[in-house]
Design a protein around this ligand. Structure first.
Ligand code: SAM
Length: 294
């Protein structure tokens, strides 16, 4: 769904954050002065935190220019308390430094995709919508899903599908793609979806669509998601105001993948979040003296 084409209903749905209650509860310092939301999206969680902490300033980061444009509108009423920057959260240290922010009381990462990007066929994230094989969350990045699908060796495609998608038949999918691209280049999400179905069979009632894991793997590879998360987790705890304890919440369909591939810093504890099972949120809070440590 493009920004311009979005309906009123769509806009409302986009602005409803899925974990606002949990996120606000996790704002450990009772009166935080600086919050950093590194996955701003359309600003739903940011708005909830700004409302809950009326004296706080918020630095909002997202690498998606369309998300930033949306958030600028949805957070307009908090304007004097908000700074928005298009950047990768891996660069949190330099973004905070450039914004003149020495430390934060809470840092939120609500990982994954926004429906804004997922529902926009032109961005190529969804196997349910036909569009170009793009999948870049940051539109300035050079690498698209098209480049990987049409250029990577068969063994590398299979590795990606296995490691990033936990695909059970990665070799078959990779082989089918490589055979197809000998005839012509694979251009669209619809073509890729059909190739996955040809390789491992059609959608069965009650199961996930067979292309789900392949598309997830490609998205992770195109956007270097694990490398960015690793770097963010390495840097973020040091950016907190007096740190005593930190807390994260995480739960996701990608959980096993993240468990296996990410080294979590010692300061970050994890807690599953039952209400939002398909999402990962990481909240890293500084415990201020007198405040409730999270
Ligand atoms: C699940 S959405 C967040 C929704 C947001 N909490 C809200 O209330 O609207 C995840 C957002 O994180 C952004 N994102 C994902 N990886 C990122 C990264 N490495 N750096 C910056 N932003 C990222 C995506 O572009 C997307 O807008």
């Amino acid at each position: 769904m493009s920004f311009a084409a979005m309906s009123e209903d769509g806009a409302d749905r986009l602005h409803v954050p899925v974990m606002a209650v949990e996120v606000v509860e996790l704002l450990s310092a009772p009166d935080p002065s600086q919050i950093v939301d590194v996955t701003l999206g359309v600003g739903g969680h940011a708005a909830a935190m700004l409302e809950a902490a009326p004296r706080a300033r918020l630095l909002g980061i997202d690498h998606d220019a369309i998300a930033i444009a949306h958030a600028r509108e949805s957070l307009a009423s908090f304007e004097d308390r908000v700074t928005l920057v298009q950047a990768n959260f891996a660069e949190i240290s330099s973004v905070m430094r450039d914004a003149g922010i020495a430390s934060a009381d809470a840092i939120l990462a609500d990982l994954g995709m926004s429906s804004l990007a997922l529902d926009d066929a032109a961005r190529g994230f969804s196997f349910r919508l036909d569009g170009p094989l793009d999948m870049r969350m940051d539109q300035r990045a050079p690498l698209r899903a098209y480049d990987l699908i049409n250029e990577e060796p068969e063994a590398e495609l299979a590795r990606m599908f296995r490691d990033y998608g936990e695909e059970r038949m990665p070799g078959r999918i990779a082989r089918t793609i490589v055979e197809a691209r000998r005839k012509h280049r694979i251009e669209t999400t619809g073509e890729l979806r059909a190739l996955v179905e040809r390789a491992i069979g059609p959608h069965r009632r009650g199961g996930i669509h067979p292309a789900t894991r392949t598309f997830q793997a490609l998205r992770i590879a195109v956007n270097h998601e694990l490398e960015s998360l690793e770097k963010f987790l390495r840097n973020a705890p040091a950016l907190l105001a007096p740190v005593r304890r930190s807390r994260t919440c995480q739960w996701s369909t990608d959980r096993a993948l993240l468990e296996n591939q990410i080294r979590w810093p010692r300061l970050v504890q994890r807690k599953s979040l039952g209400r939002a099972r398909s999402r990962i949120a990481i909240m890293i809070c500084a415990a201020k003296s007198g405040g409730t440590p999270c």
